[in-house]
Write a protein of this length. Structure first.
Length: 318
């Protein structure tokens, strides 16, 4: 397998990757897309390897696509969710990780509500650790699949204008996307209610647009984000960040009025899950410019590439 080296034991965040390493993952993911289009969707690349998916928060896309990616590479995939794990009986995350390590997995994929949990686990296990979303910090594999999807539809990332709109402050997707897209040379605009725009994002290279209309004007890509309600439901912040859902949708959502302002060839993205009618009109989510389900398709290929790189796989052509 050719390409720039990928000298990492874990994937904990986009902040650790160079532009060349991101491109290496995207190029490799392209080579894995075709496997999912075959009648028999399986290659022996990771035969004999074990991947544990430890998801301490809910997930549809990320957990399923890691499981499918592992199985298409012939690895054994084991899924553990927070609600069915012994953490409900008081076991610590560290004890959980040490016990999983005692079963000799090659890769542990972890999603956790605490920022930094994957970094903590990585210090205590021998397996490669992949961050599948930690608190409000990062969701690196989502950013990589978003980059892969944009590159497929636009042919490039450098020079594009990309508007990310919604609850930026609580979104690990926004943070990882901002890091990845700016490293690859895109111009990133962040838009949302002022209460959902974190201070200091300009220092990470973003333009801040409190109004969605100016954020999406001339944008090549518009990415809408869900309000991260699960991160707001703590004490006094619960209802204070925006007046109500109807006003949020009217002023900060992507409906037909704002969509009419978009460039004709702009694509519309969303990491999912969508709250239809809140941040995104259902007709636009399902419309011709939406590439939302392509993001999901690329999620499998990108996760196959990462399991290959970190799980010690070999391919027949090597
Ligand atoms: N985009 C994303 O992380 O979706 P899930 O929460 O369903 O995994």
């Amino acid at each position: 397998m050719t390409g720039a080296p990928f000298a990492h034991r874990h994937l904990l965040g986009i902040e650790d990757l160079s532009a060349e390493e991101i491109v290496r993952v995207l190029d490799l993911a392209e080579t894995f897309v075709e496997i999912s289009e075959r009648p028999i969707k399986k290659v022996p690349t990771l035969r004999g390897k074990t991947v544990i998916n430890l998801f301490m928060e809910p997930s549809t896309r990320t957990r399923t696509s890691f499981e499918i990616a592992a199985k298409r590479l012939s690895a054994d995939a084991i899924n553990i969710s927070g609600s069915t794990s012994s953490t409900t009986k008081g076991e610590t995350l560290l004890d959980t990780a040490r016990n999983l390590q005692a079963m000799a997995p090659d890769v542990i994929v972890i999603r956790h509500s605490s920022s930094g949990a994957p970094h903590f686990i990585a210090k205590h296990v021998g397996a490669a650790v992949i961050n599948a979303g930690d608190g409000t910090h990062e969701h690196p594999t989502q950013a990589l699949l978003d980059c892969a999807t944009i590159r497929k539809h636009k042919g490039k990332i450098a020079g594009l204008t990309i508007a990310i709109c919604g609850d930026i402050a609580h979104s690990r997707v926004a943070r990882s996307d901002l890091l990845a897209l700016t490293k690859l040379g895109a111009k990133v605009r962040l838009s949302g209610p002022r209460t959902m725009l974190p201070a200091g994002v300009e220092q990470l290279g973003a333009e801040v647009h409190p109004r969605i209309e100016s954020a999406v004007a001339d944008a090549d890509v518009v990415m809408m984000l869900r309000i991260q309600q699960e991160r707001l439901d703590h004490g006094a912040t619960k209802t204070s960040l925006f007046p109500n859902t109807r006003e949020y949708s009217r002023y900060f959502g992507l409906g037909n009025r704002v969509a009419a302002m978009l460039k004709p060839d702009a694509i519309i993205m969303h990491p999912g899950p969508i709250n239809r009618g809140v941040e995104l009109d259902p007709g636009i989510a399902d419309g011709a410019r939406s590439v939302i389900l392509d993001q999901v398709t690329y999620g499998v290929a990108v996760r196959m590439a990462l399991l290959y790189l970190l799980g010690g796989g070999t391919r027949p052509e090597e």
